[in-house]
Ligand binder design. Structure first.
Ligand code: GRF
Length: 227
């Protein structure tokens, strides 16, 4: 019988948010265990760290799946390889018991089908993501870069539940930093990451404490209430 909640992590690269979450679990700041760390990228540095920590890992090598299948044109080039890669990802996820899936620098867009399987109820979502901008500004890749290039005076990061849109899911938490004229992309990434590492563990903790409720508001948006 399983007594403690569990969450899984998906990463694509260095995995500093994953490390912050693992540390928070180990320091008892999150009342749950880590079920697995998965990646679409066999070279992801975070995988090495996770294995050293004794965490179960797996890889679904998206790139090699894409190369094998991408011989056609039109929709075959984009959607079909993605669906096949996701089927393999779902096969891996099925091996584990988990209550929440955390995307931590996972650089792949999830299809609606994947979301329907892993997080079928939009009122009780169970996939979280961390995004490097103050959503709804600058969805997609390079949130910090786009914030800087736009000339924003503040930047920030957002943790949100994943829905079927592009970084559009209900916002759980945000943190901001000031952008000075002397700031560079490197310096704002440093400021942002420092906040990400505080914010993500806090949001996961709220989830496992049962303190997040998603409700439709009068404007028709699903929003998160923190109790
Ligand atoms: C972070 O900036 C996160 O917001 C974004 O991708 C980056 C991942 O960094 N989604 P890391 O792999 O957690 O260090």
């Amino acid at each position: 019988m399983r007594y403690r909640s569990r969450f899984g992590l998906l990463i694509s690269g260095r995995g500093s948010n994953m490390q912050a979450l693992v540390r928070a679990v180990r320091q008892d700041h999150i009342p749950a265990d880590i079920a697995f760390v998965g990646s679409d990228n066999p070279q992801a540095l975070g995988l090495i760290w996770a294995r050293e920590q004794g965490i179960e890992t797996f890889v679904v090598d998206y790139q090699s799946i894409f190369q094998r299948i991408n011989s056609g044109s039109g929709p075959t080039r984009s959607l079909i390889p993605r669906i096949i890669a996701e089927m393999k990802l779902l096969e891996q996820l099925k091996r584990y018991d988990f209550d929440l899936l955390c995307l931590a620098g996972f650089m792949r867009i999830l299809t609606s089908r994947f979301i329907d399987v892993v997080s079928p109820n939009p009122d009780c979502p169970s996939i979280m993501n961390i995004h490097p901008s103050l959503l709804p500004a600058f969805p997609g890749v390079d949130g910090y870069g786009n914030t800087l290039r736009y000339g924003c005076r503040v930047g920030g990061c957002t943790v949100h539940f994943v829905d079927k849109g592009k970084d559009t899911g209900p916002i759980i938490g945000q943190r901001t930093f000031v952008i000075e004229s002397s700031d560079t992309l490197d310096s704002i990434c440093t400021k942002g990451l420092k906040l990400e590492h505080q914010l993500y563990p806090l949001c996961v903790r709220l989830f496992f404490e049962g303190r997040l409720q998603v409700k439709l508001n009068s404007a028709g948006h699903r929003i998160v209430f923190v109790q």
